[in-house]
Ligand binder design. Structure first.
Ligand SMILES: Nc1ncnc2c1ncn2[C@@H]1O[C@H](COP(=O)(O)OP(=O)(O)OP(=O)(O)O)[C@@H](O)[C@H]1O
Length: 239
């Protein structure tokens, strides 16, 4: 049963969005529960990243409505860093950029900012990498630095695009535990993922196909063998 409306962090009604000459999301009516983890699942090109951009407020709706309980800027962790690998940024610099949402890039950091940065690196297990250049890191180390950067924003709504893709089991479990901790602290987490194990651990699931919502609800109700077979047109085991 869906949570009552006052417990929703985001409500989309008949939402449509896309790119010039390419409509993607169609008639999407979906909700994102507060202080919980929502997994957005669907095949390549089904509109997961587009939906995250809508939730982040960086892609406008072309039709329909979106109500967001949070007024502050959401934390948004993209699949790849917006900063080039060749730019000389340390891991600590990268995580510190998460505080710019509060300070702006040119304001001095407060001791609170510094302690948030250190705590976020600690939570992602990258404190020992703090002085290393981002461009020298492995994919998994880099991914943890980007999640730490998003976490450092201390946003009420935390959006992540495939945060566990390409990670080994330990790094993946580490990131999922951090997301669990954030939700327990009251943060609303939304992650787009191809990882059905991660999706099964979420509290709520949105299943997309061709920009339309196929189902939403608890993962064990949404991610059934039949639904996955229907979505991918071939046998994908529900785990
Ligand atoms: N910047 C863009 N300009 C034009 N079309 C885009 C843009 N970004 C995505 N698209 C198109 O929008 C559709 C949905 O893409 P989107 O990235 O949202 O899907 P996705 O479910 O996140 O896919 P994946 O699992 O491959 O990451 C695709 O057809 C894609 O080609």
């Amino acid at each position: 049963m869906p949570p009552p409306p006052e417990q929703q962090a985001v409500e989309l009604r008949s939402a449509e969005a896309g790119y010039p000459l390419r409509p993607v999301l169609r008639q999407l009516t979906a909700s994102v529960p507060q202080s919980a983890i929502t997994a957005v699942v669907g095949p390549n090109g089904s509109g997961k990243s587009t939906l995250l951009s809508v939730l982040a407020g960086v892609l406008p709706l072309t039709a329909g409505t979106m109500e967001r309980a949070h007024t502050s800027r959401p934390g948004f962790v993209l699949q790849r860093s917006a900063v080039s690998d060749t730019f000389p940024l340390t891991v600590r610099d990268t995580v510190t950029m998460g505080r710019w949402a509060h300070r702006g890039p040119w304001r001095r950091l407060t001791s609170h900012d510094r302690s948030v940065v250190e705590r976020c690196m600690d939570r992602l297990g990258i404190s020992d990498l703090a002085g290393r250049q981002l461009g020298e890191l492995s994919g998994g180390q880099r991914q943890r630095a980007l999640v730490a950067q998003g976490l450092a924003q201390e946003a009420g709504l935390f959006l992540l695009d495939e945060p566990t893709t390409g990670l080994d089991i330990r790094a993946k479990e580490g990131i999922l535990a951090v997301l669990d901790g954030a939700a327990a602290d009251g943060v609303t987490v939304v992650q787009a993922t191809h990882d059905l194990v991660a999706a099964r651990q979420a509290d709520h699931c949105l299943l997309l196909r061709d920009g339309r919502l196929v189902a939403q609800g608890a993962p064990d109700v949404v991610l059934t063998d039949e639904a996955l077979r229907h979505i991918w047109d071939f046998p994908v085991a529900a785990v």
